[in-house]
Ligand binder design. Structure first.
Ligand code: GRF
Length: 215
């Protein structure tokens, strides 16, 4: 089995990063987390990565005058760790089209909504304002347009009376932690691949069942 060398890019607490590191510690996982890179020196996730014995790097965006300079430094770190694949996990820098295009089909992101609904920030608050009864999270390939790339996997959760942005976020993040490793596995073992701007899946589907909300 080939284990693809993966970098996780973070800016904050890194709870999705931890779920990826834990999943990749299984012997049959088709990826190894070879690097955790943060644009913020104070990102809490860096400490958690080091505790897990993962190589870490900081490329502080404030130390680079332009986005291109910043990304050149990021690329140098990725190259020196022979990275094949990037997972964005709460990485709060917008990447240039050039960077995104260099990593087409090899960079994925997790977003806390059922895309294409609620691109951008404040997804839980906006879902509550709209009164939707089903919400969730999405893993997608990264394209230059923000939160608009081909979808690899989604998980849905109910929205219930009394929910706040915080309670909904707490329900969604549990699913994020399950979904992201699953999506990374699918990409790395070839179950899902990018083909002409769409994701093609080789595995069969279960078309039965549904999440009813209210149940
Ligand atoms: C997650 O909600 C993820 O969907 C979004 O940023 C948040 C990162 O959280 N892209 P964490 O740092 O993984 O805990």
């Amino acid at each position: 089995m080939i284990r693809r060398r993966v970098a996780i890019l973070i800016s904050g607490r890194g709870s999705n990063m931890v779920s990826l590191i834990e999943a990749a510690s299984a012997a049959d996982f088709p990826a190894q987390i070879a690097l955790v890179l943060s644009n913020r020196p104070d990102a809490a996730g860096l400490k958690r990565a080091r505790q897990a014995g993962i190589a870490t790097a900081v490329v502080d965006h404030k130390a680079h005058p332009t986005r291109e300079d910043f990304e050149r430094a990021v690329d140098a770190e990725l190259a020196s760790h022979h990275i094949a694949f990037i997972c964005l996990a709460g990485f709060m820098r917008v990447l240039t089209d050039g960077f995104v295009e260099r990593w087409t089909g090899r960079m994925i992101n997790i977003h806390p909504s059922l895309l294409p609904l609620y691109r951008g920030t404040q997804t839980h608050r906006r879902a509550l304002e709209d009164g939707v009864l089903v919400h969730g999270c999405t893993v997608h390939f990264v394209v230059p347009e923000l939160d608009a790339g081909p979808i690899i996997a989604q998980a849905a959760v109910p929205v219930v009376p009394g929910d706040t942005a915080e309670s909904l976020a707490a329900r969604v993040i549990v699913q994020e932690h399950l979904l992201y490793p699953k999506a990374l596995r699918m990409i790395c073992d070839g179950t899902a691949r990018l083909d002409g701007g769409r994701v093609v899946f080789s595995r069969g589907w279960d078309a039965s069942g549904a999440l009813h909300s209210p149940s």
